[in-house]
Design a protein around this ligand. Sequence first.
Ligand SMILES: Cc1ncc(COP(=O)(O)O)c(C=O)c1O
Length: 399
Amino acid sequence: MKIPFGTITITDRAKELIVEALDQKRISSGKLVREFEDGFARLVGAREAVAVSSGTDADILALAVLHDLGAKRGDEVIVPSLSFVATGNAVLHAGFTPVFVDIERDTLNIDHSRIEAAITPRTRAILPVHLMGKPAEMDTINAIAKAHGLLVVEDAAEAHGASYKGRSAGTLADLAAFSTYVAHIITTGEGGVVTTDNEEYGEILRSLRSHGRNCTCKHCILNAGADYCAKRFRGPGGEDVRFTFDRIGYSCKMNELEAAIGIGALEFYREILGKRHQNLLHVLERFDRFAPFLSSIKEEPHEKIGPHAIPIVINEGAPFTRSELTRHLEERGIETRTLFVSMPTQCPGFAPLGYRLGQFPNAEYLGQYGLHIGVHQDLGLEEMDYILNVIDLFLARYR
Ligand SMILES: Cc1ncc(COP(=O)(O)O)c(C=O)c1O
């Protein structure tokens, strides 16, 4: 049996929209991107959704809003030490300094009890990650942020369909960043979306994704094919605001072909989500049988985990290595991924920041002993049982 990590479903409607866009020679950001944004905003329950070219760009732009709020380059953003490396990279690309905080072993998320100690006069924001779709402890994080006047941005890249105390990921903070890369539930192939309820942030985000231009309409009629926009020549002396650049911007728009795939994904999102959630819970509810060697996360009553993947952690004292377990799984057709690394201490790219191995024991542990495997919609309970059996077979050698 083959259990690939990810999949992509391109619907007939998506294919029709792609052909239409090609025939009309309208492939750069336009009405399909707008339609995708509207659908995404509705689904998450946020007022604004701004589509960009990757989840990393979504993180960068959400943080770059801070510059409009008076932040200075080099100011600090608190992030969990364990995440996909994009989280830490995004802080640096937005012009800030990441300040890392260790994670909790059982939730995989930022240890909220350590956040206050990391706050300095230069801290401007907290960027919690809902790793593997499990929501971070947002009430506590928002309360800390409020007490210190900080912005909170959810890194919800892996948290499509997650909810916390009845509210969807993407609406749990000031802004949220999703990835729509192919491994995620709503996919556009490559892409990302920032959500927020703040319309002013929405305008800043639309400017940031397009070079910082002073042209921030939610529905751009020029991008949708109109010949003339009466709003353009409203600068002092009738200047063209489309070529006035108010802030240091980026170039990270989503294109129409990507949006078409996303529009298709939105149509059957509930179905995909239901299937993936059923797959994930099927395994998590049976995971205790792997004690004392392996552990995973649990879905608590106050939350719904966004069914991104099954995380697996090899516990202390297990008489085998991660490589031995992953080889056993891969040889039997089950694709594996590591559970990322402690960015500041296990990722060579972050060495110039000067952290030392040993500063983030939980993240470093997962960096050595964690892995994850897929639960996507092309898999079902038969495949989940196969995964359980293949792990049983491996552990039987050590019982
Ligand atoms: C937690 C997290 N943040 C950010 C990203 C970046 O997304 P992308 O690969 O679309 O740039 C990812 C990637 O999946 C991720 O897992």
